[in-house]
Design a protein around this ligand. Structure first.
Ligand code: TRP
Length: 363
């Protein structure tokens, strides 16, 4: 039985629906994909562009690629990065050539991170973290933007094909540094097709769609020079803040959990999280929880419980009043602690094997 639970409540649900309509996105259809992962099954991946093209490559075993970029701005990642890696892993396990780039130029131009710092951070933390989350390093091609001449040449070409007004319309603003970052990202997105013309998919949080739109526009306008295939997009929802807002964010530390984070600290935040539980135990037993409003359930659903049957049982027990809020929070704390411990152990292991990776470099 398909599990259809939408813990976002009507208002937020409508927001995501609005996005789909407003930007002309496709509603994501998990039934097109073999062995959909947790994010796909639960429609946390909710929208797409050209999903059928990618589904077709998977089913017919035709070449395609999956690509993402890492911004090395801090020694932490977040649940959004985790979702990107899970999507990348899904495609990697289903025949995609996988590319991970370090957006060192973007970090330098938009955040003032030096290229040296970006490099060190990427090698010490970000790449090992992505491997710890399941990416197979042997099957992945890595590069630094600053070392990939082809990407930079494509970026210059893209710059020629975008007007300032379009840029403003897509991004809202047009800082020179943002423009540099955006055209470089177009270079990243199209780069694998320089060696082999093939479809590609870029899994991103919905806020990153502007980059994909611009890349698709550039594809249309460089038809005679390159004949690239427009990149497909696949979009996931945000992990909501434990304090109830749409998105976890460092600006609201009590609602935010980083990767890694001390499990004890994270559990304290879970204890204080916005809950769908009732005011008293009696009421909870009688009425059951308002699961749609519960941010801890949302965390379990999005990140901590893979098995649909297990999640469904938690949902039913909590909804019927059999399970109390304190029990739900205890369960989430245990699962999160296990996840963090596993993550940090795998991170250490991955760090030891960094010399086996393949980097593209034109130095
Ligand atoms: N701009 C992305 C970020 O802020 C990083 C990035 C650079 C990227 N190039 C990319 C993401 C290509 C996807 C595809 O995280």
């Amino acid at each position: 039985m398909a599990l259809v639970i939408d813990p976002w409540g009507a208002e937020l649900h409508e927001d995501y629906e609005k996005i789909v309509k407003q930007f002309g996105l496709e509603v994501f259809d998990p039934s097109l994909f073999p062995e959909p992962n947790r994010l796909m099954r639960r429609r946390i991946v909710f929208a797409a562009r050209d999903q059928k093209v990618i589904a077709d490559c998977i089913k017919r075993k035709k070449p395609y690629y999956a690509l993402t970029g890492i911004m090395p701005t801090a020694d932490k990642i977040h649940f959004g990065n985790k979702m990107v890696v899970e999507q990348m892993k899904y495609f990697q396990d289903h025949g995609a050539k996988t590319y991970i780039l370090i957006a060192d130029l973007e970090a330098a131009t938009t955040r003032g991170v030096t290229l040296e710092t970006a490099r060190t951070r990427a090698l010490d933390f970000h790449i090992p973290a992505y491997i710890a989350l399941g990416l197979d390093p042997k099957k992945t091609t890595f590069y630094f933007q600053s070392e990939n001449k082809d990407v930079l040449h494509l970026a210059y070409e893209a710059a020629q094909k975008i007007t300032l007004n379009e840029f403003k319309a897509v991004y809202g603003s047009a800082d020179p540094s943002r423009i540099m970052a955006a055209v470089t990202q177009v270079g990243d997105i199209l780069f694998p097709q320089l060696t082999e013309r093939m479809p590609g998919v870029i899994p991103v949080g919905i806020d990153q769609d502007p980059h994909i739109r611009i890349a698709r526009d550039v594809v249309a306008r460089t038809k005679s020079a390159h004949d690239f295939i427009p990149p497909a997009g696949m979009y996931h929802k945000f992990t909501p803040s434990l304090t109830g807002e749409l998105k976890m964010s460092k600006s609201r530390p009590t609602g935010n959990i980083d990767l890694p984070e001390d499990p004890k600290e994270a559990c304290k935040k879970i204890v204080k999280a916005v809950s769908g539980g009732r005011k008293t135990i009696e009421e909870q037993r009688k009425l059951g929880a308002e699961v749609e409003k519960d941010m801890v359930f949302e965390l379990l659903k999005m990140h901590l419980v893979d098995d649909d049957k297990e999640l469904n049982k938690i949902y039913q027990d909590y909804k019927s009043g059999k399970m109390l809020t304190s029990e739900l929070k205890q369960l989430a704390c245990e699962k999160l602690t296990a996840f963090m411990n596993d993550f940090t152990a795998k991170l250490e292991r991955a760090r030891k094997h960094m010399d086996a990776l393949t980097f593209i470099s034109f130095h």
